[in-house]
Design a binder for this molecule. Structure first.
Ligand code: NCD
Length: 353
């Protein structure tokens, strides 16, 4: 089965192909209106979503397919204590492709290992969000015309922002890309992202958005992820750290591209919305088309089995990340697998016991 769990599951050539296909769909939507006739997309959202769930639904409808699913964990049997694996086994037999969002990091890996249909990760905790990255990449291609030789500022919650982790891992593969990581020290990019994806890439870290702005080709703003904080006070202290407004943009490049995965809270003032460099609403629109291209690609690919069977059980290692699907007892029967000292579900270093 061909899945999309991590953006690096796609080669740069496949990303180019998806962008070509999405552009063709944008130009000729009529040609695709029956492409998925008779196929069903299962949308399993264990966490809130507006754009991702609705754009997947709209994408499948635009291809002539049907959609079933749920939009909150409370309305599924997870609330009765069912595991992710059992839920997915069931939904596999009701649908041809599954898209899922789950608060636990690595949940889509558990799902893809038992599913008999392709699984798409629509966000797993604070870990990854590869289809948002496809949306971001299509926007960057449309607005900047290229992926290489760009200075990309990512600003806000780099610790819990899953869209940031996926975007950095995707963009780091292109020649001459530099990152400016803008966050308070408490919300800095986690080590597993830095060490794994930025090891061959030029980057700098700063707490000052004002200082960073003049050098940027892309400014990717993000929301402080309230729902992932252990302490409400800490969230309250940090929530308005960055507010982009028209004044701050005065010293930005004239062809800057301002992106945001949305939803925004306070981090982009509405006085930026009419600036021609504000591309975040276009970005949300592009999401539907790149997801159409993705559904077509995954349904078409036959004979591939990219289940995560790597890694080994090791009774001397334990994953101490409380947000990981392998932590605790909720996912009964999960095989706790490690590779290179890291947990294969959440990519964090395991601890020795
Ligand atoms: C993002 C997410 O869910 O991670 N939203 C989205 O999918 N467009 C960003 C966020 O919630 O802040």
């Amino acid at each position: 089965m061909r899945n999309l769990i991590n953006i690096l599951d796609l080669t740069t050539e496949e990303i180019d192909e998806l962008i070509r296909s999405a552009s063709e769909i944008i130009d000729n939507p009529e040609l695709y209106k029956n492409s998925c006739r008779g196929k069903i997309l299962g949308t399993l959202f264990f966490e809130p979503s507006t754009r991702t769930r609705l754009s997947f639904t709209s994408a499948m409808m635009g291809l002539g397919g049907d959609v079933l699913g749920f939009s909150q964990a409370a309305s599924s049997s997870i609330s009765k204590g069912e595991t992710v694996a059992d839920t997915i086994r069931m939904v596999s037999s009701y649908s041809d492709i599954i898209v899922m969002r789950h608060p636990k990091e690595g949940a889509p890996i558990v799902a893809s290992n038992v599913a008999s249909v392709p699984v798409i990760n629509a966000g797993d905790g604070g870990h990854f969000h590869p289809t948002q990255t496809l949306t971001d990449l299509l926007t960057i291609k449309k607005k900047k015309g290229r992926f290489d030789n760009l200075t990309v500022g990512v600003c806000g919650d780099l610790k819990y922002g899953r869209t940031v982790h996926s975007l950095i891992s995707a963009m780091a593969r292109y020649e001459g890309v530099k990152f400016v990581l803008i966050s308070p020290p408490e919300l800095a990019l986690p080590d597993y992202v830095k060490n794994e994806f930025l090891k061959n890439c030029e980057y700098c870290e700063t707490a000052s958005l004002e200082e960073a702005i003049p050098s940027l080709d892309i400014l990717y703003m993000t929301r402080i992820q309230a729902e992932r904080f252990d302490s409400k006070d800490e969230y309250e202290r940090l929530k308005d750290t960055y507010i982009l407004n028209a004044e701050k943009l005065k010293c930005a490049k004239p062809d800057l591209s301002i992106l945001h995965p949305l939803p925004r809270v306070n981090e982009i003032d509405t006085d930026v919305d009419d600036d021609p460099r504000a591309h975040y609403f276009d970005q949300a629109t592009y999401g539907r088309y790149i997801r159409m291209a993705l559904i077509l690609m995954l349904l078409k690919t036959k004979g591939v089995d990219d289940r995560r069977t790597h890694g080994k059980e090791d009774k001397h290692l334990v994953c101490t990340n409380p947000h990981c699907i392998s932590h605790g007892d909720s996912e009964r029967g999960i095989k706790r697998l490690f590779e290179g000292g890291k947990c294969i579900y959440c990519d964090q270093m395991a601890e020795k016991v």
